[in-house]
Unconditional design. Structure first.
Length: 316
């Protein structure tokens, strides 16, 4: 089937779905799961979360490309609905942190856009490897992170938080800063700073594990080395990040918002970018997959044709 024939028949419908579905999901997610979420809501949201991840995993492991694409379309759609329940929670629970809320909103549109490209692959019989890679990376990272974060293993989550709190406090003491530890709370000059799950750098850790673990045609040994040289620095740098935030707040140098949501986040982003480039050097396959994702708009499907018309660019 020719791509132009597909465009002529259903391009308007496809474009409408790609832009309308994520908007509806965000509105429904905000209405059904307002902040603060009830205990029931927190339990129910686990259904689309793990269902979406399982569907993505099935699509990743299925050998038949067309069949796998359909599994992944379903997975991205369900996972996008879970993501649509997150913006309000992330914003309010993290003290008005707009960064994570905006990222989660954009994520809903991106997930549906990826699902659209799975559909495009079916109709063109061209299956970019990065579509399968990103599904596998999301499955691996998501299962690792949300299995712990969801509370399915509360003892493990609590243990991890307390270990990071203990080591962050120990780092401050080594630096000659007299902070004290009470469970997961670090006290400095009368200022209590609570270490929560997000302060463990678990998101960055599982992100690299997922990205590297899902790479196709890469030997296990090379994957292990790649994970080792990223996870260890991430964990160590996060302890420095925690100590820095506590030092700034405990000495009244700046506010919590500035220390945690601005300075620390900028520093973490720069560190991740540097680690990513180091990983590219060791695993150029990762660079290839990311560039493949960036090049997806060049496939000139119905959505891309719309942008060409709106911005006055002719499609090739």
């Amino acid at each position: 089937m020719q791509l132009k024939q597909v465009d002529a028949q259903i391009s308007k419908k496809v474009v409408t779905i790609v832009f309308l579905v994520p908007t509806i999901l965000l509105l429904v997610g905000y209405v059904i799961f307002p902040y603060p979420p009830s205990t029931l809501a927190q339990q129910l949201v686990l259904i689309p979360l793990f269902l979406g991840l399982i569907l993505l995993g099935m699509g990743f492991f299925v050998r038949k490309k067309e069949q796998g694409a359909w599994w992944k379309i379903g997975g991205w759609g369900v996972f996008a609905f879970f993501w649509a329940t997150s913006p309000a929670y992330l914003y309010f629970s993290e003290g008005g942190d707009i960064f994570n809320a905006v990222v989660s909103i954009l994520g809903v549109y991106i997930f549906i856009y990826i699902a659209y490209h799975e559909w495009l692959s079916i109709h063109t019989t061209i299956f970019p490897t990065c579509l399968n890679w990103i599904a596998g990376a999301s499955f691996l990272a998501g299962i690792l992170y949300f299995t712990i974060d969801s509370g399915l293993f509360p003892e493990l989550k609590t243990w991890f938080i307390e270990v990071v709190a203990y080591q962050s406090n120990a780092l401050l003491n080594i630096m000659g800063i007299n902070s004290t530890l009470q469970g997961s709370v670090i006290l400095l000059n009368g200022h209590p700073i609570t270490i929560i799950f997000a302060c463990t750098a678990i998101q960055s850790i599982v992100l690299f594990i997922g990205m590297i673990g899902a790479l196709p045609h890469v030997a296990i040994r090379r994957k292990f080395v790649g994970i080792l040289i990223t996870v260890v620095p991430i964990y160590g740098l996060n302890l420095i990040r925690n100590a820095g935030v506590i030092f700034l707040i405990g000495n009244n140098i700046t506010s919590f918002h500035m220390a945690h949501n601005v300075i620390a986040k900028i520093g973490s982003l720069l560190a991740l970018i540097i680690l990513l480039f180091i990983t590219f050097k060791l695993l150029p396959e990762l660079f290839d997959e990311i560039m493949c994702l960036i090049d997806l708009p060049k496939r000139n499907g119905p959505v891309e044709h719309l942008f060409h018309r709106v911005f006055g660019k002719s499609s090739k």
